[in-house]
Write a protein that binds this ligand. Structure first.
Ligand SMILES: C[S@@+](CC[C@H](N)C(=O)[O-])C[C@H]1O[C@@H](n2cnc3c(N)ncnc32)[C@H](O)[C@@H]1O
Length: 208
């Protein structure tokens, strides 16, 4: 089946994307809501989580994406694959991640990934970047003690900007890594690898 066509970027500051999302209800999202949760922020077509949900079924997987048609397509593909541990949500994560996650029980969220987010290269567009202090605070507020955040990008200035935002949170301890700790690569990671571009990565652990 043809892949759904979407705009390459949407402006997260436009009124449509300022609408609040409905908080995720893990009891209706997942067949077994007690499984540990992995959250992928800016999941695009969601193929990383689709493969992870098949490879490591002992977890639940939540993908967050601002381009709504991709979310609809990804949920359809998950249903067709019979995966009951995978859900995608339409959400502008730079504004609304805390609202989306407010009903997620404490200690359930154990892994978070931010992989190759849109850089919005121009200085005048810096406010459109997904990773901001609000997103970091929302992630850290929900992450279980000992939980892990994995971040990677091929854009050096964006890596430094993101890493600094997470480093500024004193509930996190950085554990630098040169490798992806997951058995699956995102679509963007594979594209970047094919071009032999450098990838900047790090992880953070929430203090106990
Ligand atoms: C370059 S793509 C990378 C997708 C995927 N993580 C990968 O590595 O293949 C970045 C994704 O983040 C999404 N995104 C950008 N800003 C967002 C926001 N504020 N909230 C949620 N998703 C966002 C974009 O729509 C896009 O799908």
């Amino acid at each position: 089946m043809a892949r759904v066509r979407v705009h390459q970027h949407v402006n997260p500051l436009s009124p449509y994307f300022r609408q609040a999302p409905t908080p995720v209800d893990v009891t209706s999202a997942f067949a077994d809501p007690a499984k540990p949760l992995l959250l992928d922020i800016g999941c695009a077509r969601g193929r990383f989580l689709l493969r992870m949900a098949e490879a490591e079924p002992g977890w639940n997987y939540l993908g967050v994406e601002i381009r709504e048609p991709l979310v609809e397509e990804a949920n359809r593909l998950a249903a067709e694959a019979g995966l009951t541990n995978l859900r995608y949500e339409f959400c502008n994560a730079m504004i609304w991640l805390d609202r989306l996650l407010e009903g997620v029980p404490a200690c359930l969220l154990q892994k978070v990934t931010v992989q190759f987010p849109d850089p919005w290269f121009k200085k005048k567009h810096a406010k459109r970047r997904m990773v901001n202090k609000e997103l970091v605070d929302a992630v850290v507020a929900k992450l279980a003690p000992g939980g892990m955040i994995f971040i990677q990008t091929d854009i050096e200035f964006l890596a430094e900007e993101m890493f600094e935002l997470f480093r500024a949170n004193d509930e996190l301890t950085e554990q630098p890594t040169e490798t992806n700790p997951f058995p699956v690569k995102t679509e963007r990671e594979r594209a970047v690898e094919e071009k032999a571009l450098q990838v900047y990565r790090t992880t953070f652990i929430k203090n106990s």
